[in-house]
Write a protein that binds this ligand. Sequence first.
Ligand SMILES: C[S@@+](CC[C@H](N)C(=O)[O-])C[C@H]1O[C@@H](n2cnc3c(N)ncnc32)[C@H](O)[C@@H]1O
Length: 239
Amino acid sequence: MAARPGRTPVTTSFARALSGHDAELVRSDGGTARLDVDRWRGAAAGEDAWLIERCRGSTIDLGCGPGRLVEALVARGIETLGVDVSPEAVAQCTGRGVPVLNADVFAPLPREGLWSHALLADGNLGIGGDPAALLHRAGRIVGPGGTVLVELDPAEPGLWRGEARVRSRDDLTPPFPWACAGLAAFPDLAAGAGLRVGACHRGVRQFVELWRDHADAGRGCRHRRGPLVPERGAPRGTR
Ligand SMILES: C[S@@+](CC[C@H](N)C(=O)[O-])C[C@H]1O[C@@H](n2cnc3c(N)ncnc32)[C@H](O)[C@@H]1O
């Protein structure tokens, strides 16, 4: 569980939010976003179903928080592992009785290259402050033919990178590198990571499915750039 040099570890940055205190993310550009701590701590519900239904094989949830998605997938009989750097998140996963590993997503993880799906839910594309690097990492954690399922920031028109703090009442954490990405950033982000854009969901929340092609044996994979592909047969309100 390595902290990157010169950076405050995010081990505790989300701790107050994870333990249920109202909190917001405060970006270095002045933008703020409320953290949905009730959703993190509750059971999987609503639009989480879009993510859950796409996980048809072994799944690793990167930055799993309290583990609601891990819990829902395990209940479906899907082999699932949550990974989180925060002891508070890990304790809550353990309390739910779901498999979890206390680790940094950039540290070595079990069965790298063999997972069918990797989840980056609820803003987790921001982890580390470099979405291109994180997507590349996630794309190597899943195997060829696997997918990375990413939640986007509907308020972000493109790509924002900087630092953020978590504010909860009078408490403001030290800054840590963070990023936010909207739909428009994805063709380039995905292509740069050697992933192909698949289905997307545009509801109150937004998700995109990124494929690591079967032909990709670790390098030289095929990319497809261009507009995001609306999901065929999507229910109303999704594209
Ligand atoms: C925005 S919360 C999302 C929580 C979770 N995805 C959910 O839906 O409940 C971000 C989570 O990522 C974790 N995290 C941040 N940086 C991490 C890292 N480098 N490695 C692993 N987990 C990390 C935090 O501890 C926190 O639980």
